[in-house]
Design a protein around this ligand. Structure first.
Ligand SMILES: NC(=O)C1=CN([C@@H]2O[C@H](COP(=O)(O)OP(=O)(O)OC[C@H]3O[C@@H](n4cnc5c(N)ncnc54)[C@H](O)[C@@H]3O)[C@@H](O)[C@H]2O)C=CC1
Ligand SMILES: O=C(O)[C@H](O)CS(=O)(=O)O
Length: 477
């Protein structure tokens, strides 16, 4: 029997106030399925109110050095409360506690890098005097904030991906209306509390919870929103793009990430790194390794090592220090992954390890003898499943990596400099990681895909480019 009194209720965060609503919704602990918190459900009036305050706040001074101080202070407070945030992540996402602590540390770094970038936003001199008839002119550009930014975030990395949006947006002098994922809103609300404590001026950040599609639609209807920055599924990304009209849109979408293991690779290193980076957060990471292409000469030996490494992965309760893989976000997701694996096996794939489901937990799974058109290769699994295939030539594997609707990141293990450089030129992705798996990311690097993986880059320096407008100032002297 659940004691509802113990479950904290969060209001909407609008203009530095906590606004309670008649309707609330429950956020569950993804492992125990017990209530973790209750959150408010926003109406269209709340959405419009938040946007109005966000717009008004732009008229109040918020100098780059002040932005720097607030974001640095927020990072400091976050690190001081690392364990508290990590425990909430473990509950609301089902993310193993060690990984949750890592996400909090990365979120603090994202805030710190955003703070540093606040002091580096600069235009450039433009030699207009070089044009005939403009001899007496001088010009330079300045970067100005876009204005009100709506940030819509997914469930899988609800702390760091929120920081990747609000950090650069605030650093660049914008106001933000944040809509976190319905199933994982608690960390975002706690972050708002923390930014307020760090001295963020009123009106610069609002957090709206409730029905994602509905709030998203109300934000899209509000013409005072100047930009949408979204991370999530390609379906919703396309919808936002189609409804945003002429406003700016940055989209971080899905991927069916490939990692290639060439015949000259260090196989121990490759097997260890790939098994580590295939099953993090139960594979619910959009650069998680999904398709593994192994050169035919080393296939047997690599596969044996990969299976050996995967056997050591501990599955279970996210708050247990030993756990590597916890539950998926919901039972239906684990059932979907189970059905895709079953279908692949019926089509001829070999189940090397895993293939087992216990409630919302799906065990780390390796499939071999796959063909590129199976769902587990062609579509985004977003679960703890990898599909291993062989190749015989460099050109063949590059073509197969590129034979995808997506192009976020890929990995390549090789010691052959020429092959690495050929891949760097020819593999169609936003990022190629040589001698590590596709899932390598640090937070100040440019991150974003091509094709259906989206448009625009994250990483504070690069996101600030998206979140500012370049204005040219010309003097007629
Ligand atoms: N490229 C990247 O960096 C990442 C991409 N993803 C992708 O996200 C997906 C999984 O995350 P989910 O949270 O399930 O994705 P989702 O697209 O269902 O939801 C993402 C966010 O959009 C909101 N939303 C839902 N319908 C909407 C609508 N009609 N208008 C506006 N907003 C709406 C949701 O409430 C949530 O906040 C996967 O496909 C994955 O590849 C996830 C993490 C990172
Ligand atoms: O795309 C994702 O799922 C995340 O951006 C990957 S990471 O930031 O957690 O590495």
């Amino acid at each position: 029997m659940v004691n509802e009194v113990e479950v904290k209720t969060y209001g909407l965060y609008i203009n530095s106030e906590w606004v309670t609503t008649a309707e609330t919704m429950m956020v569950q602990n993804k492992y125990t399925q017990e209530p973790a918190a209750k959150v408010a459900v926003a109406t269209q009036a709340h959405v419009d109110q938040a946007v109005k305050f966000a717009k008004e706040a732009l008229n109040e001074p918020f100098a780059p050095y002040e932005r720097y101080k607030v974001l640095m202070k927020a990072a400091e407070l976050l690190l001081a409360r690392k364990e508290q945030f990590a425990q909430v992540l473990a509950a609301e996402v089902g993310k193993p506690i060690r990984e949750s602590r890592g996400e909090v540390e990365r979120a603090a770094q994202t805030l710190q890098v955003s703070a540093e970038e606040a002091k580096r936003i600069q235009g450039e001199g433009v030699p207009v005097e070089a044009a005939p008839g403009s001899e007496n002119r001088m010009a330079f550009t300045v970067k100005v904030p876009v204005g009100v930014i709506a940030a819509i975030t997914p469930f899988n990395v609800p702390m760091n991906l929120v920081c990747h949006k609000i950090g650069p947006a605030l650093a660049a002098g914008n106001s933000v209306v944040l809509k976190p994922a319905e199933v994982t809103p608690i960390c975002a609300l706690m972050l708002a509390e923390l930014l307020q404590e760090a001295g963020l001026p009123d009106g610069r950040l609002h957090v709206l919870t409730g029905d994602g599609a509905q709030i998203g639609d109300w934000l899209l209807q509000n013409e005072d929103v100047n930009m949408f920055t979204f991370t999530g599924s390609p379906r919703v990304g396309e919808l936002i793009r189609s409804k945003a009209g002429l406003r700016k849109v940055a989209l971080e979408l899905g991927n069916n990430s490939a990692t290639v293991v060439h015949q000259d690779a260090d196989l121990d290193k490759a097997a260890a790194l790939i098994s580590q980076k295939s099953f993090n957060n139960a594979g619910q990471v959009c650069i998680s390794v999904q398709r593994i292409y192994v050169h035919e000469h080393i296939y047997e030996s690599f596969l044996a090592k990969l299976i050996e490494n995967t056997k050591n992965i501990v599955v279970g309760n996210p708050v247990d220090e030993k756990t590597d893989v916890g539950p998926m976000i919901r039972l239906s997701e684990a059932e979907r992954v189970e059905a895709w694996v079953k279908e692949a096996v019926e089509q001829g794939a070999h189940l090397e390890i895993g293939g087992k489901r216990e409630g919302a937990i799906y065990y780390p799974t390796i499939l071999s003898n796959v063909v590129d058109d199976m769902k587990v290769c062609r579509q985004e699994v977003f679960g703890p499943v990898v599909a291993v295939a062989t190749y015989s030539s460099e050109d063949e594997v590059i073509a197969r990596v590129n034979d995808s609707d997506y192009g976020l990141q890929a990995g390549l293990f090789t010691n052959d400099l020429n092959f690495a450089m050929k891949a760097a030129r020819e593999i169609e992705v936003g990022g190629l990681i040589v001698n590590d798996a596709s899932a390598y990311r640090v937070d100040h690097m440019p991150y974003g895909g091509v094709k259906k993986s989206g448009t625009g880059k994250e990483g504070p320096k690069y996101a600030i480019e998206e979140m500012t407008e370049e204005r040219i100032i010309v003097f007629n002297l």
